[in-house]
Design a protein around this ligand. Structure first.
Ligand code: AR6
Length: 339
């Protein structure tokens, strides 16, 4: 099952369990801990008082009291001390121990805040990487829907370099085709050219009409042949060609096993665009293959969409890590892949 990144207040999450970034007393504090105790009410504090505290890297479970989830799992993250004091291992342990408890209590869904990344000062990008890596490793062996809840956008930042690389890629690709057309004029050949707001001819070279090559007539048989293979068939064929198992593919795509079963079982299944792209990424398809696969699902990649350009950026850079792509999509306020 997948990891889902959401922006929310964790106290509002209706999962089986939510995780609290607590301190070793387990008696409440600031940040997410304070918010959880306030929303759950005094009953949570009374229950916590019986737990005898908790060591850094460990986790303990309580009821949820007035919260909409079923359980609260309290874990104590490490305080950031520069990275040389075993902080990473302790933080990994927080995620592992919380997930272990959730599985023991038969939770099918869980929501984590970015543990240690607030008052405890763990750098947010590193805290997120630890969260994603540890949760991903757990999900290879377990079925659970895991949410990473980020409270505010600043809690979720891709590196400045990646952000600016993508931003300039969007600029180069998007601006060229996305100028505002407000009027047109006829050139000496009598052809229509679009003008930009600033009066310059648009950077996009508009061909003269008579030079546009008309697509050659496509016979009905050709058209039918093109739709011969459905999205589902192409997906299964590609999985075989790449020597992957189904599970390797849907996990890498961050797609739910049930959804994958539906696609596999229905030759005419129409996935959402984000799901179709998630599979193309999991299969590490080239840009052309990705476009081909999307076409089977009735979609295309366009330079008028930031989402599409970001996908194109990652494929062109050979980066097929769905979580890194999702981090970038999140940073640019776009829908995320998979799930
Ligand atoms: N929902 C989701 N995330 C939140 C919420 C919320 N309601 N509130 C804050 N965050 P922190 P820590 C994010 O400081 O660093 C307490 O006093 C926040 O933006 O809550 O592990 C405890 O008692 C940040 O990204 O936890 C401990 O003494 C993340 O949650 C100490 O703080 C974690 O920030 C623990 O510090």
């Amino acid at each position: 099952m997948p990891i889902k990144i959401v922006r929310n207040d964790i106290t509002k999450m209706e999962c089986d369990a939510i995780v609290n970034a607590a301190n070793s007393s387990l008696l409440g504090g600031g940040g997410v801990d304070g918010a959880i105790h306030r929303a759950a009410g005094r009953g949570l504090l009374l229950e916590c008082m019986k737990l005898g505290g908790c060591k850094t890297g460990q986790a303990k479970i309580t009821g949820s009291h007035r919260l909409p989830c079923r359980y609260v799992i309290h874990t104590v993250g490490p305080k950031w001390q520069g990275g040389q004091s075993g902080e990473k291992e302790l933080l990994e342990s927080c995620y592992r121990e919380s997930l272990r408890l959730a599985a023991e209590y038969h939770c099918e869904s869980i929501a984590f805040p970015l543990i240690s990344s607030g008052i405890y000062g763990y750098p947010k990008d590193r805290a997120l990487k630890v969260a994603v890596d540890t949760i991903t490793a757990f999900l290879l062996e377990h079925e659970m829907l895991v949410h990473i809840v980020v409270f505010d956008k600043s809690a979720f930042q891709i590196s400045e370099k990646l952000f600016s690389d993508i931003a300039s890629y969007i600029d180069d690709t998007y601006v060229d085709t996305h100028v505002t057309f407000n009027r047109s004029r006829r050139d000496e050949c009598g052809n229509s050219h679009m003008l930009r707001d600033d009066g310059d001819t648009c950077k996009m070279q508009m061909p003269c009409f008579q030079t546009i090559a008309m697509p050659k007539a496509v016979s009905l048989a050709d058209m039918v042949n093109q739709i011969d293979e459905s999205f589902s068939q192409m997906l299964l064929r590609k999985i075989d060609e790449k020597g992957m198992t189904d599970a390797e593919c849907y996990k890498k795509a961050n797609v739910d096993r049930k959804l994958f079963s539906k696609i596999r079982g229905d030759v005419h299944y129409h996935p959402s665009k984000t799901t179709a792209i998630a599979f193309a990424i999991a299969l590490e398809l080239s840009l052309d293959e990705t476009k081909d696969m999307l076409m089977k699902a009735g979609f295309a990649l366009s330079h008028s969409s930031k989402f599409d350009i970001i996908i194109e950026y990652f494929i062109n850079n050979g980066n097929y890590n769905v979580f890194e792509i999702n981090e970038a999509l999140f940073a640019f306020d776009q829908s995320l892949l998979g799930v």
